[in-house]
Design a protein around this ligand. Structure first.
Ligand code: MTE
Ligand code: MO
Length: 254
């Protein structure tokens, strides 16, 4: 996310404005993407006609593909086999790789608060002691790439119950060691494929992929997959998120 420029509709010709408006309607209907989000995605200033067409239609085609990856009749994200795993797996964050937080797993702790019977603090070992489940699924970044990986961890649903969360609450927020934050509606938090992951491709999560603990939610776009989680907050007030607050669709998935 380096090449961000904001679209200025006033700079477009009448014809281009119409195209943008049409496409915005289409994208909004299909995915909830706003034009602001789209200009972030395309990384192009959308001022000359060809660039507008190229960027907007590329995003539209990408969106069609994404819908088919996120949706199916059973409302489960598709799963893959080991031979489908993408190597090397892309890294993405709102900063470059040299700023990845390095967290000491011995001193690390996860705090759960909000609508819970009591605030609790968890060490990494407490989390790894739960029966680990693994999934091979596709992470889809809204910037236009996707990759298949194998994540292992505890279903968030199980964890929330152990942590005494009121699962009738509306939202679950995730706060991260790099000040990133995002949130899920409770139904998505309780989805069987939503996992608090400590493992990746058969090993412990490495720093670039969110060590020591990340969210893996294959029914949502990449930016909901919080890495380096330090706090989980159960709440009835929509907490938003780092990208959501900049115009990305909050729901971002099925
Ligand atoms: N803490 C934190 N989590 C984050 C991000 C971030 O910048 N910080 N970026 C998100 C985005 S936009 C994507 S696509 C995925 C990328 O995960 P990966 O590095 O394992 O590919 O992490 C998500 N989780
Ligand atoms: Mo992303």
């Amino acid at each position: 996310m380096t090449n961000k420029r904001i679209i200025r509709l006033s700079d477009l010709s009448g014809d281009q404005k119409k195209k943008v408006a049409n496409l915005e309607r289409r994208l909004l209907l299909k995915s909830g993407l706003s034009i602001g989000a789209m200009s972030l995605l395309s990384g192009c200033n959308l001022q000359d006609g060809d660039a507008v067409d190229e960027a907007l239609w590329r995003m539209s085609r990408w969106n069609d593909k994404v819908q088919s990856w996120l949706f199916n009749g059973h409302r489960l994200a598709p799963t893959y086999s080991k031979s489908d795993i993408t190597k090397p797996f892309p890294f993405n964050a709102f900063y470059p790789e040299y700023n990845i937080p390095e967290i000491d797993t011995d001193t690390y702790s996860l705090t759960v608060s909000g609508e819970v019977s009591a605030k609790t603090v968890w060490k990494l070992d407490d989390l790894i002691r739960f029966n680990q489940r693994s999934q091979i699924t596709r992470l889809i970044c809204i910037e236009g790439w996707s990759a298949v990986g194998e994540w292992a961890g505890i279903p968030l649903r199980e964890f929330l119950v152990h942590a005494g969360a009121d699962i009738k609450s509306k939202y679950v927020e995730f706060r991260c060691a790099d000040n990133y934050y995002c949130s899920l509606d409770m139904a998505s938090a309780l989805h069987p494929q939503t996992v608090l992951a400590t493992g990746f491709n058969g090993e412990s999560l490495s720093p670039e992929y969110g060590a020591p603990l990340r969210l893996r939610v294959p029914t949502k776009l990449g930016f909901k997959n919080a890495k380096h989680i330090t706090d989980i907050i159960v709440t009835n007030k929509n907490p938003g998120g780092y990208w959501e607050d900049q115009g990305y669709n909050w729901f971002s998935g099925i």
